[in-house]
Design a protein around this ligand. Structure first.
Ligand code: IVH
Length: 694
């Protein structure tokens, strides 16, 4: 490289690293593997060393990393939160050991610990009481997340009596167990599905891994929400003005004794060979841990020796982290296929020569969109690296260009729908391609019917996805209204052939008496589903469960909603232009109108049915309520009254809450919070007056 090229490369690396730092710390949405990130950082460091004149004083290599988010109060750390130097190679680790021995001789020990993959936290205790918890931020100052940290069970709020100093900080790592992550992410998926998001939007919104979920959780504004998402913490460092121990090992024992959770997985090692043995052991064992680790931390045990070794500009010289590479495998691309979602969104998929990766066989990996294929510069039959990282779906991370065939052709993104042949469109500003053939493209039609029968929609649980696609293949249903024309005679004995994706094969079965009766009963029962759920079931884009409720309550009948104009819809509280556009578009489509006519003939509820004697109104439109305590009627009844008069029930008190309805035996915390935020507190009687009931 000549100097001009070096300059360009430095600029390129700087921009990339800054962008990745922002994605990781501020958005909590990393888009690069740790390994690739560290390699970029190392390349930049090396170029800056070789060409010091070209090094920018604000280079990302000079920072600990991290950005501060705006929403929390900023607190300066009493003891800066440094990061550790890291390495992926045994050779570099031995070099670290050489440096240590050169400086302090051979008479020392290491403590090795796991490097937990979470978020660093610094917690201040005064006289045994937790007073503050602050994230790392940029290492100098971070976010005050005390309220959120107090919800973590493994972090004591008050220590029992003990030999701890009056003032000390404890450092640790906040993380989420894998099982919790899977459970909560699945629940979050359901919530998003029920809100009407399509698969691509869901994939984008879901948390990518436990670290990502923990970080999103810790930065939430409402600590009551945080408490619902169990986090955990391992403590690993004590900072105090007067030392509490002579060695790191002892201080870990102290932390344990005072009531902190310290991982059991730490060892004293006499030399680097023992350190390596620990590293190798956990490289294998880590997949069996209930939480994720991304490496091992190696620290010189004696504090006196730590002081002797001191610090470089960024890192301690007495510690280093050895990071495990994300598990990856090299395999060959067989072909790129394209999946079509309910909304017509196209997802390219890499079909691969099966390869073993972290205990499972990988045959497919997501390629996300056309831009990603372009970024990878993917050619036919390329050899590609697939990684699992912490993510659920494996992804293609890079191409081994040296293995590329001489006459290979570049992958050309499809311009027609793989299912129906329609020319794809790419809307302005979006990365995803869509098939616009909403009313003639099989996966879109099947997807809409699947949504219609969903639990929160028409709840026809006797019908599953496979039966739906089987019936569609047979030409018996083309849209959800066709379900209501199915009869015993045309279902009984019907041979259905469906493709089972998991088994990767076609399966055949014929419908028997019992399932036919179940299916027909389920369909019949759905005629009792209230209008607001029917509206959700129609699958209008952006009309999730909550929006459907609002629209139903405002317009009362489908007919009125269908003839409303955009302005009328958009002015409803929290609806807005984008949703209104989608609603208008849906009812402007004559095919949708035909389907709705059929639903009407089948006696599906297309208007709100009032309970006898209950009057609805929009008197409370735009107003939010928290109900607390006991009343002359049940709390559920009270909440129902709020809803049928257009108000919203909220779980917790915030500044923007409109009213707290206070009953007997209301919780003192709620009262205190409402007073602090100046939220009007009203009685049951006052509320009844509001809705003209007394
Ligand atoms: S000790 C000055 N021990 O790794 C030493 N860190 O780059 C301070 N981490 O920010 C760190 N597990 O978030 C230490 N057992 C462990 C750790 C650990 C995870 C994280 C921590 C820190 C980063 C170091």
């Amino acid at each position: 490289m000549n100097e001009q090229e070096v300059k360009i490369r430095i600029k390129e690396l700087t921009d990339l690293i800054n962008q990745h730092n922002y994605n990781y710390y501020t958005l909590s949405q990393p888009t690069v593997s740790d390994f690739n990130f560290d390699m970029m950082l190392k390349e930049l460091e090396s170029l800056e060393r070789q060409y010091p004149a070209l090094a920018d004083p604000n280079s990302p290599t000079q920072k600990v990393g991290g950005q501060i988010t705006k929403n929390f109060i900023q607190v300066k750390h009493k003891y800066p939160m440094l990061s550790l130097g890291n390495t992926y190679s045994e050779e570099e680790l031995r070099e670290f050991d050489e440096r240590v021995r050169k400086s302090i001789g051979d008479d020392f020990e290491y403590v090795v610990e796991l490097k937990f993959d979470g978020l660093a936290i610094s917690i201040t205790y005064e006289k045994g009481k937790l007073v503050r918890a602050v994230t790392r931020g940029d290492g100098v100052q971070g976010d005050d997340v005390t309220a959120n940290v107090k919800t973590i069970k493994s972090i004591p709020i008050q220590l029992p009596d003990g030999d701890y100093p009056d003032n000390f900080d404890i450092r640790g790592e906040i993380f989420m167990h894998r099982k919790t992550f899977e459970k909560l992410n699945n629940e979050y998926r359901k919530e998003l599905e029920e809100k009407g998001y399509d698969e691509d939007e869901i994939k984008e919104k879901l948390y990518k891994n436990p670290r990502n979920f923990a970080s999103g959780t810790l930065k939430m504004q409402d600590s009551a929400e945080v408490a619902k998402r169990p986090l955990d913490c391992f403590s690993y460092f004590i900072y105090a003005d007067n030392q509490v121990a002579q060695t790191h090992f002892e201080s870990l024992e102290k932390a344990k004794k005072w009531g902190f959770q310290v991982s059991d997985q730490y060892r004293l090692c006499k030399n680097i060979t023992e350190v390596m043995a620990f590293i190798h052991h956990f490289d294998k064992q880590r997949e069996h841990l209930s939480y994720e680790i991304d490496g091992v931390v190696i620290k010189v045990n004696s504090y006196a020796q730590q002081r002797e070794l001191g610090f470089t500009a960024k890192n301690p010289r007495w510690a280093i982290s050895y990071k495990y590479k994300a598990q990856s495998a090299l395999t060959q691309l067989l072909k790129v296929t394209y999946q079509v979602g309910r909304t017509g969104a196209i997802t390219p998929v890499a079909n691969l020569k099966p390869v073993q990766l972290a205990g499972t066989t990988v045959k497919r990996a997501s390629l996300y969109n056309a831009d990603e294929i372009e970024r990878l510069d993917l050619y036919e039959n390329d050899w590609v690296f697939v990684e699992k990282g912490g993510e659920i779906i494996p992804k293609v991370t890079a191409v081994d260009v040296s293995k590329r065939g001489l006459f290979s052709e570049k992958i050309k993104y499809t311009d027609v729908c793989p299912e129906c042949g329609t020319t794809l469109v790419r809307r302005e500003g979006e990365v995803v391609h869509y098939c616009p053939n909403e009313s003639g493209c099989a996966p879109q039609l099947i997807g809409k019917i699947e949504h219609f029968i969903g639990r929160k929609a028409m709840n026809i649980d006797s019908l599953g996805s496979e039966t739906i696609s089987g019936l569609y293949q047979k030409g018996m249903i083309n849209n959800y209204a066709d379900l209501y024309s199915l009869t015993y005679e045309n279902l009984i004995g019907l041979e259905l052939e469906t493709y089972n994706e998991k088994k990767d094969q076609l399966t055949k079965r014929s419908l028997q008496e019992k399932s036919v009766v179940n299916i027909l009963q389920g369909i019949e029962a759905s005629k009792q589903v209230p209008f607001e759920r029917v509206l959700f079931a129609l699958g209008i884009r952006m009309v999730g469960e909550t929006v459907a409720k609002k629209l139903a309550r405002h317009f009362l009948t489908l007919e009125k909603l269908a003839s409303a104009n955009k302005e009328e819809i958009a002015t409803i509280y929290e609806i807005g232009d984008k949703i209104a556009d989608q609603v208008v578009k849906f009812f402007a489509d004559q095919q949708n109108i035909e389907v709705i006519k059929k639903l009407k003939t089948a006696s599906i509820k297309l208007e709100i049915e009032d309970e006898l004697g209950v009057e609805r109104s929009s008197i409370l439109e735009g107003k939010s309520f928290v109900v607390s305590g006991t009343f002359t009627i049940s709390r559920d009844e009270l909440k129902h009254l709020i809803e049928i008069n257009g108000g919203r029930n909220i779980g917790s008190i915030s500044k923007s809450l409109n009213y707290l309805i206070a009953g007997d035996k209301m919780g003192p915390e709620k009262l205190k919070k409402a007073t602090t935020f100046n939220v009007p507190i009203i009685t049951e009687e006052e509320f009844m007056k509001m809705i003209n009931k007394s």
